[in-house]
Design a protein around this ligand. Structure first.
Ligand code: ADP
Ligand code: MG
Length: 352
């Protein structure tokens, strides 16, 4: 029989490498929104506006008032593995959302990306990256911060384009991402303008400048995202154990849902969908809820970044704890305690 054909081994070119990477980082328009908004948050933005059209398929634009990018650094921002967020190779001390330097080059490889930016005391500049081809840096007009515009996502990878769902479904996924990040950062103002289908929908999560108080800001945002009824009946959670601390709100079992839509879980402010945390939350409510109900809660687990590895998932949605038992124990005991107290209050009110 014929021997298997043996092609010579060669190095893939950058455009192909970036498209492959994009397959992991950017699954759909909502993942692009997530990466761009996280960049704005990492840049210290206090106000972020997201505009989308056609479910994000033809347009995603994220405008922020963060620190900006120097014109001379724009080509670097679009090159792979270039980041301002990881100082040395210490992957165990990550405090920013980003750290891999993959999002912008990936987006520039699968769509038409333009970045306009201005640092304090500098001039505004713009760079374009279309299907992996980089333009020169040119002068632009912008008062401050950064505007990243992504048009025609996946036009360079038609196979991926075919997997996208309806504009409506993609818009909704984007709305969920924005809600999650708005809940993670209650001091930052967010606006989502959805121009899909000819009309314009607008959702605003205003930053409350009055309070520097985290619980106050979080409670306000909770009311905006999940409804005031939920917020008024949420139990405040504040507990710590062995260097881990848990803050947030958890709803009474009567406010549970038929799905996990009202679960917002964060580790050091990073939105996660982590089995351990979801399991701990479920465990805490086990005595109060049937299997098909999902507790509603907004919880942030803070710990020394050294004790949690965030570099285990391309979209950074999963994390790995060094002492998973401590994290689980803290969540279960804090929530059970709050639920038991609320139950006790309710029964003494009835009795009294
Ligand atoms: P990462 O976020 O992992 O560093 P990205 O590809 O998302 O990688 O971004 C590359 C770099 O571009 C960032 O490290 C940052 O320096 C800069 N950057 C990206 N977006 C912004 C923004 N909105 N404001 C300021 N700088 C930004
Ligand atoms: Mg990033």
């Amino acid at each position: 029989s014929k021997p298997a054909p043996r092609a010579p081994i060669r190095q893939l070119d950058d455009t192909v490498i970036n498209r492959i990477a994009a397959g992991e980082v950017v699954e759909r328009p909502a993942s692009a929104v997530k990466e761009l908004v996280e960049n704005a948050l990492d840049a210290g933005a206090t106000r972020i506006e997201i505009a989308i059209a056609d479910g994000g398929k033809t347009l995603i634009r994220v405008t922020d008032d963060g620190c900006g990018i120097d014109g001379a650094d724009l080509p670097l921002a679009l090159s792979r593995h270039a980041t301002s967020k990881l100082n040395d190779a210490d992957l165990l001390d990550i405090r920013s959302f980003g750290f891999r330097g993959e999002a912008l080059p990936s987006l520039g490889a699968v769509g038409r990306l333009s970045i306009t930016s201005r640092i304090a005391g500098g001039e505004a500049s713009v760079i374009v990256c279309d299907g992996g081809r980089l333009s020169a840096v040119r002068p632009a007009a912008l008062a401050c911060g950064t505007v990243v515009e992504l048009r025609d996502l996946f036009h360079a990878t038609p196979a991926r384009l075919k997997f996208l769902r309806s504009d409506r479904a993609e818009s909704q996924a984007i709305g969920d991402v924005v809600k999650r990040l708005a809940m993670a950062e209650p001091f930052v103002g967010f606006t989502l303008r959805d121009m899909s289908g000819g009309g314009e929908g607008r959702v605003t999560f205003r930053a409350d400048p009055e309070t520097g108080d985290l619980f106050g800001a979080l409670h306000g945002r909770l009311a905006r995202v999940l409804g005031s009824d939920f917020a008024e009946n949420a139990l405040r959670i504040e507990a710590a154990r062995e260097g881990l601390s848990l803050t947030g709100y958890a709803a009474l079992p009567t406010y549970s849902r038929g799905s996990a839509v009202a679960q917002f879980l964060f580790v050091n402010g990073r939105p996660v969908r982590d089995k351990l945390l979801i399991g701990a939350l479920r465990g805490a409510y086990a005595d109060f809820l049937s299997r098909d109900r999902h507790p509603a809660a907004v919880l942030n687990l803070d710990c020394d970044p050294q004790r949690v590895d965030v570099n285990v998932h391309p979209a950074k949605a999963e994390v790995r704890f060094r002492e998973p038992g401590v994290a689980r124990g803290l969540i279960v005991s804090a929530l059970r305690h709050a639920l038991a107290e609320a139950g006790h209050r309710a029964s003494t009110t009835v009795a009294g």
